[in-house]
Ligand binder design. Structure first.
Ligand code: SAM
Length: 279
C-alpha cells in the first residue's frame, strides 16, 4: 500500500538540490548532439500546487524553492538560469511562485528531437494525474515498478542514458534495492548517468544505500549532501544525491550552485561533495 504523496513536500530544500542537479546535468548533456534516453523511475504527478492544502499543511516549500525564488537576484552561479526559467514559465505573470514542477517537467524541458523520456509511477492517483500530463511521444508513462521497469528497458536505443531514481523510501528494503538496481543497470549501460536521491535521516538508514553502492562494480560515483543548519530532532535532517558518471566539470559547477543557497538568508544549510567511489 503506497501512501507517500509528493504534494506534501514539493519544492522543499531536497527538491531544490535534486532538480538543481538534474537541470545542470541536462544542460551539460546538451553540449553533444547524440540522443538521450531519459528514465524517471519514480515520477510523481508532475505538477504541484504550492497554494494547495497539502503543500500548505507542511509549508516545506517556504524553506526551499520560495527562499530561492525570493533571493534569486543574489544567486551568483549562472547555472541557476535554466532552473529559474522553468519556474518562471510556470508562474508567468505573478511575482509569486504558486506552481512547482516535478521531475517529469524538468526532464521534458530539455528534451530534443531524438531524445525520449520514460516515466514510471505506481500510485493510483499519482499515475492518473501523471497520465493526464503526458501528452505525446517521445514521453511515455508506465504503471510499473520503477526499478524492475528500468532494468527491462536497458540498454536503450539512444546512445546516451540519463536516469533519475527517486523513491519515497517507504519500504526499508528500498535502500538496498536501489543499490542493487544501480549495479545491474550499470552493467547494461556503463556510460549511463544515474542520479539517485536519498533522505539523510537521524536513523542513518541512508548509510545502507551508500555502503551497498560501494559493494557494486559501479565506478565514478559523486556524492552531494546538504544538511539543514537547524535540523529537526528526528526524521529528515538533510538530502543526498549520488551522481554516477557526472559530466566533466559538474562537481565544481554544482558546488557553486549549492554554495549560493547555503546562507542563513537563503536555505540555511551546509553542503559537502566528495567521491563515494572514484574512477
Ligand atoms: N521524482 C518526483 C519529483 O522529483 O518530482 C518525486 C517522486 S516521489 C519522491 C516518489 C514517487 O514514487 C511517489 O509518487 C510514489 O507514488 C512513487 N512510487 C512508489 N513506489 C514506486 C514503485 N515501486 N515504482 C514506481 N513508483 C513508485
Amino acid at each position: 500500500m503506497l501512501s507517500y504523496l509528493h504534494a506534501f513536500h514539493a519544492g522543499n530544500f531536497a527538491d531544490v538540490q535534486k532538480h538543481g542537479a538534474l537541470a545542470l546535468v541536462q544542460t551539460m548533456m546538451l553540449a553533444k548532439a547524440s540522443g538521450i534516453a531519459c528514465f524517471d523511475t519514480h515520477a510523481g504527478s508532475a505538477i504541484y500546487d504550492l497554494r494547495g492544502e497539502r503543500a500548505r499543511k507542511t509549508a516545506e516549500a517556504d524553506g526551499g524553492v520560495q527562499k530561492l525564488w525570493s533571493g534569486k537576484n543574489r544567486l551568483r552561479s549562472k547555472d541557476w538560469k535554466p532552473f529559474l526559467e522553468v519556474l518562471a514559465g510556470f508562474n508567468a505573470g505573478s511575482g509569486e511562485l504558486s506552481v512547482y514542477p516535478g521531475s517529469p517537467v524538468w526532464f521534458q524541458h530539455f528534451l530534443r528531437a531524438g531524445d525520449a523520456l520514460t516515466l514510471f509511477e505506481l500510485h493510483p492517483s499519482e499515475s492518473e494525474l501523471l497520465a493526464g500530463w503526458v501528452s505525446e511521444a517521445p514521453i511515455r508513462m508506465l504503471r510499473q515498478d520503477g526499478l524492475a521497469g528500468l532494468l527491462r528497458q536497458l540498454p536503450p536505443k539512444q546512445p546516451r542514458l540519463l536516469t533519475l531514481i527517486d523513491p519515497s523510501y517507504e519500504i526499508k528494503s528500498d535502500y538496498l534495492d536501489v543499490a542493487e538496481t544501480l549495479g545491474k543497470s550499470w552493467q547494461k549501460c556503463r556510460h549511463g548517468i544515474f542520479l539517485i536521491w536519498y533522505p539523510i535521516l537521524t536513523s542513518g538508514l541512508q548509510e545502507q544505500l551508500k555502503e551497498a553502492v560501494k559493494d557494486t562494480a559501479v565506478r565514478k560515483v559523486l556524492c552531494s549532501e546538504v544538511h539543514l543548519r537547524k535540523p529537526p530532532e528526528r526524521g529528515m535532517t538533510g538530502s543526498g544525491m549520488l551522481v554516477v558518471n557526472p559530466p566533466w566539470g559538474f562537481d565544481s559547477r554544482f558546488s557553486a550552485m549549492m554554495d549560493d543557497i547555503s546562507g542563513s538568508d537563503a536555505l540555511n544549510l551546509t553542503h559537502d561533495m566528495d567521491w563515494l567511489v572514484p574512477e
